[in-house]
Write a protein that binds this ligand. Structure first.
Ligand SMILES: Nc1ncnc2c1ncn2[C@@H]1O[C@H](COP(=O)(O)OP(=O)(O)OP(=O)(O)O)[C@@H](O)[C@H]1O
Ligand SMILES: [Zn+2]
Length: 620
């Protein structure tokens, strides 16, 4: 590459840059930046180096495994460019200390992240701090770089991203038909037993399954619990799913005894499913497993040779690519349960294990459970390698793609530093050459979407839900955090009462979280003022009450305000609308009936005070 003009080189050297992420793209990017002449850099990454990173994250070597990515990346870059001024943070960019004032120090932010939550967050902070952002990503052979500048280009959230693929709860809990259904169930089971338990990730038979309840002779929803299930851990077998008992509590009460757990999961629950006869009218019914008599050969195979090699994890194939026999799965299950139980017992009170595709025991647990379930339902079994890649949603990372993306980031960064934002482009690496023979395709960045609830002037979102059933906690978790990507929302009724229903201060609104919205006077047409001080982001949420939700869907977000809004009357409710941009399916838990309790007003202790409190703690 020809040397940069002197004037640009000077600008480059004087530019303060933030690199977010020191993984596959981030390592290449840091190396490129210093070689280009950038000399004032801060880098942040929350992770430590894993052995699996070494094949493509070339700033890291074997001796660095277990150390901070940000620290080692900095050290490695300084070893070949000792004059650079690089500061590192071993932390998440979503931590409160990296707020708008932190972002304002930089002339440029470069993302090298791998997840949507962090990308959304950085997008919002760059918009708030008015710092240009270069966003990037890679997936196998595909790569992409785009420039985001407030008021000039579209932001990361101007175009809704497709929802992550999810599977209907009934399929996962009652009628799996593909290996992925069993893998999802096994990951949910890991969380129920050892991790952050989520009510939407229940693993026990679902009596509310509409198919099971079809009136057809006997109503399956009304069958008596089979005797073997009488002391079932997750006694959610009423059609309302109202009486849930914690799977975790049951497991603890049984000291995580692997055989007891096995019997419950792969025998008693399966016999219970079998009693829901409607489910098996057109499907092959599952088989309940017996802990003491499992085959040591693969389903359908008459020889046990492959089985014995699999059990010892030896044989000619690569160890992780051997498919375990049902008996090996049981042994692996026993071992993994015992190990995870020990790991959990060493945690401080209230702390749990976190599923990680790079944690060997966690992957062994999921592989064993997924395969035992697959065996129960006559679904093909998968190797540890396959389960790991399916459970981790892994598209193999390719070092050369990351290298190209990192190069493309620097090219766009140089245009920004040179004051030529109009010359920036969105650049894509495609899999096959286009008709003009190009693999790298660029396009002029799109303009901001005037309807974007993140970067447009009017941040309004409509949400349809059943105010009599939807709880405050569900509003916070499913809508504000999981769907609208807020991190620490404060929510106030915009009816002049100043009632705060959700506070980002821990414990402040805990007493309200199980109340339904209707109980807090949030009804059809209510407007909620939502504020995330960490993202400097405000949003009006307008509630549309809707009683009839089906198929496990319990709310619908509508962001296309213009089509919904009657021309004159702001307060009038929008009509039914098909322009739905996001649907999240889950079950609705029956609400508790408790009375309305008014909270403090914004004047007395509003989000502004909170912001000040946080900066006090930081000492700035
Ligand atoms: N909130 C965050 N704050 C700071 N760094 C983050 C955050 N979220 C993700 N990262 C970092 O972004 C980097 C993304 O890099 P990459 O896509 O190569 O992921 P990886 O974890 O290194 O690899 P793989 O996921 O394939 O094992 C990771 O190092 C990750 O730790
Ligand atoms: Zn936008």
């Amino acid at each position: 590459m020809p040397a940069l003009p002197k004037e640009l080189l000077e600008k480059v050297a004087a530019t303060k840059v933030l690199v977010v992420g020191a993984g596959g793209i981030g390592c290449e990017l840091l190396k490129n930046l210093v070689l280009t002449g950038f000399a004032d850099i801060e880098v942040i990454d929350l992770d430590i180096i894993d052995v699996s990173n070494l094949n493509r994250q070339f700033l890291f070597h074997k001796q660095h495994v277990g150390k901070s990515k940000a620290a080692v990346a900095t050290e490695s870059v300084l070893s070949f460019c000792p004059t650079a001024n690089i500061k590192h943070h071993h932390n998440s960019i979503m931590s409160p200390e990296f707020g708008v004032s932190f972002f304002k120090q930089f002339s440029l932010v470069l993302n090298a992240l791998d997840n949507r939550a962090a990308r959304n967050h950085v997008n919002r902070l760059c918009l708030a701090a008015e710092v240009p952002l270069v966003e990037s990503g890679s997936a196998g052979y595909l790569g992409q770089v785009s420039v985001i500048k407030r008021g000039v280009t579209e932001c990361y959230e101007c175009t809704p991203k497709p929802a992550a693929r999810s599977y209907p709860g009934c399929t996962i809990r009652n009628t799996p038909s593909e290996p992925i259904h069993c893998i999802v169930w096994a990951k949910h089971l890991f969380n129920q037993l050892f991790g952050e338990a989520d009510i939407d990730e229940d693993v026990s038979p679902d009596m509310a399954d509409p198919e099971a309840q079809q009136k057809n002779g006997q109503e399956d929803g009304a069958v008596d619990q089979p005797a073997a299930n009488g002391d079932a851990p997750q006694t959610n077998n009423s059609s309302s799913n109202a009486e849930r008992m914690s799977t975790r509590k049951w497991a603890i009460d049984n000291n995580y005894d692997p055989k007891t757990l096995f019997n419950k999961l792969f025998n008693e629950d399966i016999r219970y499913l079998l009693s829901m006869s409607n489910l098996w009218k057109k499907r092959t019914p599952p088989i309940a497993l017996n802990y003491d008599s499992l085959p040591d050969e693969h389903p359908g195979s008459s020889s046990s040779s492959s089985a014995s090699s699999a059990r010892g994890h030896a044989g000619s194939g690569i160890k992780d690519q051997v498919v375990w026999t049902p008996m090996t799965c049981r042994d692996e299950f026993d071992h993994a349960v015992a190990t995870l139980r020990d790991q959990l017992s060493k945690k401080e009170d209230g702390h749990v294990l976190v599923w990680d595709k790079d944690d060997e025991t966690a992957v062994h647990f999921v592989t064993a459970c997924a395969n035992l379930r697959a065996y129960v339902f006559g679904i093909p079994l998968k190797s540890l390698f396959d389960v790991k890649s399916m459970a981790g949603n892994i598209i193999p990372a390719i070092a050369t793609t990351n290298a190209c993306v990192a190069g493309m980031i620097v090219m766009e960064a140089l245009k920004i530093v040179d004051g030529r934002i109009d010359a920036t482009r969105s650049v894509f690496i495609s899999r096959l050459p286009n008709p003009r023979g190009k693999i790298l395709v660029d396009q002029i960045p799109d303009k901001p979407n005037p309807k974007c609830y993140v970067c447009s002037e009017k941040s309004e979102v409509f949400v349809k839900l059943n105010t009599n059933a939807f709880t405050v906690k569900q509003l916070e978790d499913k809508i504000l955090k999981q769907t609208l990507n807020m991190v620490a929302p404060d929510v106030e009724l915009a009816d002049g009462s100043g009632t705060i229903i959700i506070s980002s201060e821990e414990g402040e609104t805990t007493a309200l979280q199980d109340k339904t919205l209707a109980e807090l006077k949030v009804v059809d047409g209510s407007r909620l003022q939502c504020d995330d001080y960490m993202q400097n982001f405000e949003l009006s949420l307008i509630i549309i009450h809707c009683q009839d939700f089906k198929d496990g869907i319990d709310f619908v977000i509508i962001t296309d305000i213009a089509d919904l809004k009657p021309k004159e009357a702001d307060e009038e409710m929008p009509k039914e609308e098909e322009d739905v941009e996001c649907v999240v399916a889950s079950e609705v838990m029956p609400p508790e009936t408790v009375g309305l309790k008014k909270r403090r007003t914004a004047d007395s202790d509003g989000p502004d005070t909170k912001r000040a409190r946080i900066s006090d703690q930081m000492g700035d």
